[in-house]
Design a protein around this ligand. Structure first.
Ligand code: NAP
Length: 234
């Protein structure tokens, strides 16, 4: 049974929907807040007991370690960590027109790839004491090399492919300690990142991800799945 979850990038989009979904299930949510003016305070009014808002910038090591310390002041253990915070900083510019002196590769990797690794490193002591030992990295189909159809969006796609590799390495490393790592594609969602033409509302993705988090997992089960639980090719 999940009692506690930490969600990064919970200000809006999928992170906000995830926070709402876990709160509705009676789970205590620690919500990483990047934007001090986000909608999280409104959610706190609906769930005054269940939500703790924690300032968090996943690109800053001191912010991540401070967030872990703040959570440790509230609870002795954390059941689930959801690395949701992400950025998409580029347009679909064809290769000849790409300014490779400005392509935001490192900025994207800092949030989408190194952010989750910083989080896992700093939250590991709390997760070790938790009853679920589950880490969910919000990946994307954009990180699948096997299914790749894109002809641009280099930085974002490379950051998610690297996040997938990170998830597998973490699974190898943490398997003896009873951990399960998932890298989940949430679908194409109508958020600031996904745009208004996207397929699904983030609440639908959040519900699927909640159901997957609630399942019993074996360490050798597939890692890279969509939000319905269907495996994706690496
Ligand atoms: N939307 C899609 O169709 C889609 C598809 C596949 C995968 N995904 C993945 O799903 C996740 C959520 O995406 P979304 O569509 O909900 O995006 P979104 O609406 O842009 O929300 C992203 C969240 O991450 C936060 N964030 C950005 N930089 C951060 C940092 N340095 N530290 C902490 N938080 C930070 C944002 O804060 P601010 O509010 O202040 O910007 C925001 O709360 C991402 O990992 C994304 O790559 C999305």
């Amino acid at each position: 049974m999940i009692k506690t979850v930490f969600i990064s990038g919970a200000d809006k989009g999928l992170g906000f929907s995830l926070a709402q979904r876990f709160l509705q299930a009676g789970i205590h949510v620690f919500a990483g807040q990047y934007d001090p003016d986000s909608g999280l305070p409104g959610l706190a009014e609906s769930f005054p007991q269940g939500l703790t808002v924690i300032p968090l910038d996943v690109t800053q090591m001191d912010s991540v370690s401070r967030a872990a310390s703040q959570v440790a002041e509230f609870v002795p253990a954390l059941d689930v960590l959801i690395n949701n915070a992400g950025v998409m900083l580029e347009t679909r510019t064809p290769l000849p027109e790409l300014d490779l002196t400005r392509l935001p590769v490192l900025e994207t990797l800092e949030v989408n790839t190194l952010g989750p690794l910083r989080m896992v490193q700093q939250f590991l002591p709390l997760l070790e004491k938790g009853g679920r030992k589950l880490i969910i990295n919000i990946s994307s189909e954009a990180g699948s090399i096997g299914n790749c159809w894109r002809e641009s969006e280099f930085a974002y796609s490379m950051s998610k492919a690297a996040l997938n590799m990170q998830s597998k390495i973490l699974q190898n490393y943490l398997k003896p300690r009873g951990f399960k790592i998932l890298a989940l594609h949430p679908g194409w969602m109508r958020t600031d990142m996904g745009g208004t033409e996207a397929d699904i509302h983030p609440d639908e993705a959040a519900d699927g991800i909640f159901r997957l988090a609630d399942r019993d997992w074996m360490p050798d089960d597939e890692i890279y799945l969509d939000y319905h639980g269907q495996p994706l090719p690496w």
